[in-house]
Design a protein around this ligand. Structure first.
Ligand code: GLU
Length: 301
């Protein structure tokens, strides 16, 4: 079977070094096996999306030297597909309406229920008659719901979804799909059979596997890469200085220098080296990428 992977930027701000590393490795992983790449712009996240950011994300990928065979596809143009799946899940009784705000959920969740990526929903609206105009809809995670999968990079994974993550949102209050639903419908429609992305999405993979099962869809295989961290050990963010590709472009870094840094982090080149994505293709093997977290420290100016 031909490998089909994807680059799926969210145009919520300029791409940063962490995103760039995932995209480069996703590209190398597919291209090194003569597979095909789809570009999908994940532009659902309404207010956080900035109009020029779509073009900027695409231009950043091109600047790095990445290419694709199909797309860009836009999630905004596929709202009907998502709605159909939502209605199917709702009619099969996998979902229930919920009126709790994010703040309600955070306040209700006490420390032992802290989830891996946000508060675990305490189930307030489960089994209640909710009469509200704009509820969100949550997936009812069964009791003792253990999801296991083999990650192509991170190895065997196991999540107790009801305890560790809780009932999750599939359809938002603004009457639009949540990321969890859209992403798997897109991967399915676009024939994606391998997903490579950052380890921040590892817990979400177990949610997405539950949705695959509920919709009788075959999931792709997953590989999750360690996140890039700042010198303080925390996940790369604004506090670590400007790590957007735009910043490097504007400050005289060549794409070869940025790709050289991503390559160094990935065990594919020397510190301070320069490279193009195509030059890294030779002998590329995802299994040889080190599993420790790369650390970004701001260069002295
Ligand atoms: N759009 C997401 C991001 O930029 C990636 C989603 C995914 O790979 O499933 O973080």
């Amino acid at each position: 079977m031909k490998v089909r992977g994807r680059l799926a930027p969210s145009p919520t701000g300029a791409l940063h070094l962490g995103n760039a590393r995932s995209f480069l490795l996703a590209w190398l992983d597919v291209r090194s096996r003569e597979g095909e790449i789809v570009l999908r712009v994940e532009d659902l996240d309404g207010p956080r999306n900035k109009p020029h950011a779509v073009q900027e994300a695409i231009s950043d990928l091109e600047w790095l030297g990445l290419d694709w065979d199909e797309g860009p596809f836009f999630q905004r143009e596929r709202l009907g597909v998502y709605r159909e799946a939502f209605e199917q899940l709702r009619d099969l009784n996998y979902l229930y309406p919920c009126v709790c705000s994010r703040k309600d959920v955070e306040e209700a969740a006490s420390a032992p229920h802290e989830s891996l990526d946000g508060a675990v929903y305490p189930g307030t609206c489960r089994g209640q008659k909710v009469n509200a105009k704009n509820p969100c809809w949550r997936f009812r995670v069964p009791e003792n719901c253990q999801v296991e999968f083999q990650d192509r990079f991170a190895g065997p994974q196991s999540f107790q979804v009801d305890q560790q993550l809780g009932d999750f949102v599939v359809w938002n209050r603004n009457d639009e799909p949540a990321y969890q639903l859209a992403v798997l419908l897109d991967d399915h429609a676009q024939g994606i059979n391998e997903v490579l992305r950052g380890a921040d999405l590892l817990p979400s993979t177990s949610r997405q596997l539950l949705l695959h099962e509920a919709l009788s869809l075959l999931p792709p295989s997953y590989a999750h890469l360690p996140l890039v961290r700042g010198g303080d050990g925390r996940r790369l963010a604004k506090r670590h200085g400007d790590t957007t590709l735009r910043f490097f472009r504007e400050n005289g870094w060549s794409p070869q220098k940025v790709v050289g840094l991503l390559a160094f982090w990935s065990g594919l080149g020397p510190q301070g080296g320069e490279a193009t994505p195509s030059e890294l293709l030779k002998d590329f093997d995802l299994r040889r990428v080190p599993s420790d977290e790369p650390v970004w420290s701001e260069p002295a100016h």
